[in-house]
Design a protein around this ligand. Sequence first.
Ligand code: SF4
Length: 461
Amino acid sequence: MSDVLVPLGKRTETAGPRPVPAPGAPRVYVETYGCQMNVADSDLIGSVLADAGYATCDRAEDAEILVVNTCAVREKAEERVTARAAELGALKRKKPGTVLAIVGCMAEHLKESLIERAPAVDVIAGPDSYRRLPELLAAARQVHAAPVIDVRLDKAETYEGLSGAVGGDGVSGFVTIQRGCDKFCTFCVVPFTRGRERGTPPREVLRQVRELAAAGYREVVLLGQTVNSYVWDETSFAGLLRAVCRVEGIERVRFTSPYPVDFTADVIAAIAEEPKICKYVHLPVQSGSDVVLERMKRGYTVADYRAIVHALRAAIPEIAFSTDILTGFSGETEDDHAQTLALMTELRFDSAFMFAYSERDLTFAAKKLTDDVPEQIKKRRLTEIIALQERVSGEVFAAHVGRRERVLVHGPSKRDPAQLMGRTDGFKSVILPAGVGTVGELVDVTITRATMATLFAGPAT
Ligand code: SF4
C-alpha cells in the first residue's frame, strides 16, 4: 500500500456529545504514515484525544502535542519517521513543554530501542494502547524525564464504542472491522506489531457505518489486514457486507485488503449482486512464482490465485483489480522474476503497489532465510515490474476514454482546486472540469482523456 501523510485536520462532529475544548486546551497535531488502517487509527486517536478535551490543529508548529502514527512494514518507512522525529525534536526545543508521541507499528516494533533512533520521543505507544493515550500524554507532560512506554498488545482490543469514523474527506470514511493478522507470511512484521486477528462485532461495525451516514458520508471502506477472513459468531464477511449495504445514505461500499485464498463464493456473490459494493478488489499477489510464494508462506499457488481472479471476472466482468508485488525476496531467481512479469502480463491488473523486499527483524525470513538478492538486482527487477505495470495501466486507463462512468465526487483536485476529483466504482481517479458535480454527489460523466493513473471527464452535456 502507498505511504501517506495525512495531517489530522477538520473533523466532522459525531452523533455523540463531545466536550468542546476549553480555552487554552493543549493542541494536538497528528501525522500519519503507512496504510489506510493507520489513517483510520489516526482518526481514532483524534477521537480519543478530543474526548479527553484536547484541541486539534493542522500544523506541527501550532501544537503542544505531536503524535506521529507510524508504519514498520518497510525499513524505508521507519527511516522517514526517524528523519521526521529529528525535525519535530528541533521544534520541541524551540517550544519547551511540547510532547512528542511516536505511536503505531514502528513504536510496537522497536519498543524502548526507538529512543536511540528518536531521542526526542516522550511517549512510545503501540496500536493497542490508544485508549490510554490521554493518561500517557498526561504522564509525559508531568515528568519530562524518561519516555513513557506502553506497547502491550491486547488481543481483545477492537476499540468498540469509540468513534474513529469521523475523519477522511467527509465523503469516504473508514471503518476498521478487523485488527491484527494470523497469517504470518514469512516476510511480514504486521502480526508482531498488530497482534492476533480479531473482528469487531457486527453491531459495532453497523453503528459506525450509520454514524458515517448521519455525518453525510456517502462511501464506507471496511478495513482489515485480511478483511475477508472476518467472522463473528454466525456473521461471515459476506453477511456483513450485505448488512452494510442496507444502511441508508451510504451509496458505495469498499473493503481492503482481502487475503486471496479467503475469497469465498458467498463474497463473490455479494459483490456481484449488491449494487452498492464497488466492483474493485485489491488482491495482493506478491509473486508469480510458486517457489517464492511457498517460501513466503502465502498459502496459495499461482494457479489458486489465477482461479480467484477468473471466478471474480466471470461473476463481475467489469471488475477492476489492483495488487501488491514484492520483488527480490530471499532466493528469488531470474526465472521467478520472469514468472512474476508473465503473471502481470496475463492478468493485467489495473494498478499495483510494487516494492523491493527489505528484511524485517522478528520475521521468519529474518531468522531463517537469507536476504541474498543483491540490492542492484532488486532495483533492476523493481524497475522492470514498474515499467510493465505502467504500460498495462496506460492501456487499461486508455480503454475508458469515450465511456460513461458514474463518479463519486470527493473534493477539489490537488493540482487545480478549481476542478474536482472523484472516483469511479473501479477506484480510478477522475478529474472533473469546473462546474461538473459537487462534493459528495454521484455524477455520470464521459471520459475524454486518460493517463496511466488518472481519467479526465469532459464538460457536462
Ligand atoms: S496476510 Fe501476510 S502480508 Fe498481510 S498482514 Fe498478514 S502476515 Fe502481513
